[in-house]
Design a binder for this molecule. Structure first.
Ligand code: CA
Length: 236
C-alpha cells in the first residue's frame, strides 16, 4: 500500500503522532501547517486522502473542506477531520461540510489508521460486493440475510452490523470502542458500555453455530474474524 496521505494540521506534535502511526503501515505522509498551504498541497501533491484539523491559522478547516469539495478535481478526495473537544462537531455538520469521517482529539493513532484504511477501501471499491462469504458463512448485505452452511440464521440489527464490520475488516482486529462507534453510532445510547459489545458478540457466536468460532477474542483489545481456517467441525 503506497497511498499518499496529506495532513493539514498546525500542531507539530499531532503531525508527528500521525506520522508515527501511518508511515509504518506503508503510507506516504506529507504535511501542511496552515490552510493555504493545505489547499495548495491538495491540488499540487494530489493526495489519496486528507486528514484535516479544523482549527488552523488563516484559512480554517471548515473553509478548506468547502473549497476542496467545490473544485471538481478534488471534490471526491476522502477527508477525515480531526476535531478538538472545544469545537466538537456533530455528524450532521460534518456531512454538510463534505467530510467523510471525523475523529475527536485526543485520538488513538491505531484507531485513526484503521479509519484511514476503511476510507481508502471505500473509495477504491465503489461497488462493494453485496454478498460476503467466509467458509460456509454467507452474509447478504442487500437483503440483510445470513446463512450458515445453507441454513438461514436470524440476527438482530446490531448483531448483523457487528458481523458486517468484522467481515469488512478482513481479519484486522477491531477494538471495542471502534465497534461501539461503528455499530451503535455517535450519540446514540450514550450509556452504552464496551461490555455491550461483548454481550452481542457472545450472542452472535452462538447464532453462527459452527462458524461462530471464527470470531476471535483478542485479549484486552477487541475482536477479529478469522477468515483463513477451514470451517470448524463439531467435536466428534
Ligand atoms: Ca489546530
Amino acid at each position: 500500500m503506497d497511498s499518499k496521505i496529506l495532513i493539514v494540521e498546525d500542531e507539530q506534535s499531532v503531525v508527528n503522532l500521525l506520522r508515527k502511526g501511518l508511515e509504518p503501515e506503508g503510507f506516504q505522509v506529507i504535511a501542511a501547517y496552515n490552510g493555504q498551504a493545505g489547499l495548495r498541497a491538495v491540488t499540487e501533491a494530489r493526495p489519496d486522502l486528507l486528514i484535516l484539523d479544523l482549527t488552523l491559522p488563516g484559512l480554517d478547516g471548515f473553509e478548506l473542506c468547502r473549497r476542496i469539495r467545490k473544485q471538481p478535481e478534488t471534490a471526491r478526495l476522502p477527508i477525515l477531520v480531526l476535531s478538538g473537544r472545544a469545537e466538537e462537531v456533530d455528524k450532521v455538520v460534518m456531512l454538510e461540510l463534505g467530510a467523510d469521517d471525523y475523529v475527536t482529539k485526543p485520538f488513538s493513532p491505531k484507531e485513526l489508521v484503521a479509519r484511514v484504511k476503511t476510507l481508502l477501501r471505500r473509495v477504491s471499491t465503489p461497488a462493494l460486493p453485496q454478498v460476503l462469504r467466509v467458509g460456509t458463512l454467507e452474509v447478504d448485505l442487500d437483503r440483510y440475510t445470513v446463512h450458515v452452511a445453507g441454513q438461514p440464521t436470524s440476527l438482530t440489527a446490531k448483531e448483523f452490523e457487528l458481523l458486517k464490520a468484522l467481515l469488512e475488516a478482513r481479519e484486522r482486529t477491531l477494538n471495542r470502542a471502534f465497534l461501539l462507534e461503528q455499530v451503535w453510532q455517535y450519540g446514540e445510547e450514550l450509556e452504552i458500555e464496551t461490555r455491550t459489545v461483548d454481550v452481542h458478540i457472545r450472542s452472535l457466536r452462538k447464532k453462527l453455530g459452527s462458524e461462530g468460532a471464527r470470531i476471535i477474542t483478542v485479549r484486552n483489545v477487541g475482536y477479529r474474524l478469522d477468515a483463513t481456517s477451514p470451517p470448524v467441525n463439531p467435536a466428534p
